[in-house]
Design a protein around this ligand. Structure first.
Ligand SMILES: [Zn+2]
Length: 263
């Protein structure tokens, strides 16, 4: 059976201690990341509880009739067990035989992974992934960190269209408790406190504010700042790190990209 750890809960530190005491399995060389989809963050406003985990187990074991399950469920502050780490779980057809399966609370087709609770969940998941890979004697990379959607047998977007592998790998590479990592940079224009903030790994600023302070006219900004598909462009230049921030109702981009724009 693959539900030995339902009821166990760890922090990143206590998971590392727990794994240090158990034998690493010879079948496992990687971690596969998922999002729970349903429940979403909105459906679990204070994260997961022990009862939620029992319900999830019941769903897999009884409703679906599975013999096993993912190994770990991650919310913003805790790591919840399910399948024994030494045993193969059930979470992604092509990766069950080689990966520890980690589920991140949230629906990242629609919810934001890069701020607020979404970011807290992904930081926690990244730290847990690092702990598991350390235990396996592996370092994080494209061959040791899979997304469910990397499985050619699935058409799912899991762990969500708003989550990209390079970003997750960069999170895994960060210290478990990120200090205000980089010092606040000095932009070429004067930005107020709330016009420059650290988002994930980038210092970001609102595009319109930044360009206006550079002396670019409002009309020109409106004409040139465009979203095509998933990406933002300024004229023909791709703003790779740009995103729309609901709270400020503005498009933000990394300071680095903004500084290198030809305006
Ligand atoms: Zn999945």
């Amino acid at each position: 059976m693959g539900f030995e750890n339902t009821g166990r809960v760890w922090t990143v530190e206590s998971l590392a201690s727990y794994l240090a005491e158990i034998k690493k399995p010879d079948w496992c060389d990687s971690v596969t990341l998922h999002h729970t989809g349903a429940p979403s963050l909105a459906q679990r406003p204070v994260g997961l509880t022990a009862q939620h985990l029992r319900n999830i187990e019941h769903f897999y074991r009884v409703t679906k009739g599975w013999s096993s399950a993912p190994h770990l469920f991650v919310d913003e502050d805790q790591l919840w067990g399910m399948c024994d780490f030494r045993k193969k779980g059930v979470h992604a057809v092509s990766f069950n035989g080689r990966s520890v399966g980690i589920e991140v609370l949230g629906n990242y087709d629609v919810e934001d992974a890069r701020s607020g609770r979404g970011l807290a969940c992904w930081r926690n998941a990244a730290a847990a992934t690092k702990v598991v890979l350390d235990w396996l004697g592996k370092s994080a990379g494209p061959r040791t960190v899979f997304f469910h959607r990397d499985d050619p047998t699935t058409s799912k977007s899991c762990p969500g269209t708003r989550v990209e592998k390079p970003w997750v790998l960069s999170l895994i590479g960060q210290p478990v408790r990120p200090e205000p990592a980089e010092p606040r940079p000095t932009p070429s224009v004067a930005l107020a406190r709330d016009e420059l903030r650290l988002e994930g790994i980038h210092w970001v600023a609102p595009v319109r504010v930044f360009l206006a302070k550079k002396g670019v006219g409002e009309q020109q900004i409106r004409e040139r700042l465009k979203k095509r598909g998933k990406y933002f462009y300024y004229g023909e230049e791709l703003l790779e790190d740009a995103f729309y921030d609901k709270e400020t109702e503005a498009t933000w981009a990394s300071l680095h990209e903004l500084e290198s724009l030809r305006v």
